[in-house]
Design a protein around this ligand. Structure first.
Ligand code: PXP
Length: 236
């Protein structure tokens, strides 16, 4: 199982003082040196953390696989077509949310998504749809011929009681199986940390976990390279 590291929160810290450091690009290089299999960043419409120039510089890192998270808007599609990341993960976006709150409603937005997915894939960019673990969302993702889904693990990460956690795990497992069955590849992420990662890492069929906040928080104390190394170890 691979590990994608989301470096948005390095930029969050930089933007807190409108400075030019800490640099998310340097963090990405350290993350790769620590064993990350790819770099993930979310270019939000309000540019609250990652900026356009960050994505351009991240794209220029040699041999670094870049996954650009973005909303399904014409502005973002135009930007992605210019930058050509390896992957685009389409996420829902609300201005006031602290972080991405839920999965994309693929069923409701099928018409808009169909065109966007086609355009990106025609230009050699693999598309992943960030969805809640729901059957109808998986089925529609397959109809829209996305290459990947990323299962939103927030409900699992937030589950307090053991039975709730187990129910979420079972849901994620079943959705993974269904997605593979209909020809999708499967990633997962959101809210994963050093304590809750093991059970998710046991689910067969998930290719990659995308993790940001917990690794960046750990990196404050041990450095990015070590924080990534520890997460890789946990996954293994
Ligand atoms: N995957 C997606 C699609 C996300 O939007 C985020 C949050 O930016 C993550 C993974 C990482 O979540 P976290 O920062 O909670 O690890």
């Amino acid at each position: 199982m691979k590990l994608g590291i989301n470096i948005d929160h390095i930029a969050t810290l930089r933007q807190a003082r409108l400075e030019n450091f800490p640099d998310p690009v340097l963090a990405a290089i350290e993350a790769l040196e620590g064993g990350a299999d790819g770099i993930v960043c979310h270019l939000r419409e309000d540019r609250r953390h990652i900026h356009d120039y960050d994505v351009k510089k991240l794209r220029a890192i040699k041999n670094a696989r870049l996954d650009l998270e973005m909303a399904a808007t014409p502005e973002m599609v135009k930007f992605a077509l210019k930058i050509k990341p390896d992957y685009v993960t389409i996420v829902p976006e609300k201005r006031k949310e602290i972080t991405t709150e839920g999965g994309l409603d693929v069923v409701k937005n099928r018409k808009k998504l169909k065109d966007i997915i086609q355009k990106l894939q025609d230009n050699g960019i693999s598309v992943s749809l960030f969805i809640d673990p729901e059957l109808k969302q998986v089925e529609e993702s397959a109809v829209l011929t996305a290459h990947f889904i990323e299962i939103h693990t927030g409900a699992y990460a937030n589950a307090k009681a053991e039975n709730q956690k187990l129910a979420q795990l079972s849901k994620i497992q079943k959705i993974t199986e269904k997605a593979l069955w209909v020809g999708l590849r499967v990633n997962a992420g959101h809210g994963l940390d050093y304590n809750n990662i093991s059970d998710i890492a046991r689910i067969e069929g998930i290719e990659e976990l995308n993790i940001g906040f917990s690794v960046v928080a750990r990196a404050l104390f041990v450095g990015m390279k070590q924080a990534v190394k520890e997460m890789k170890e946990k996954i293994r």
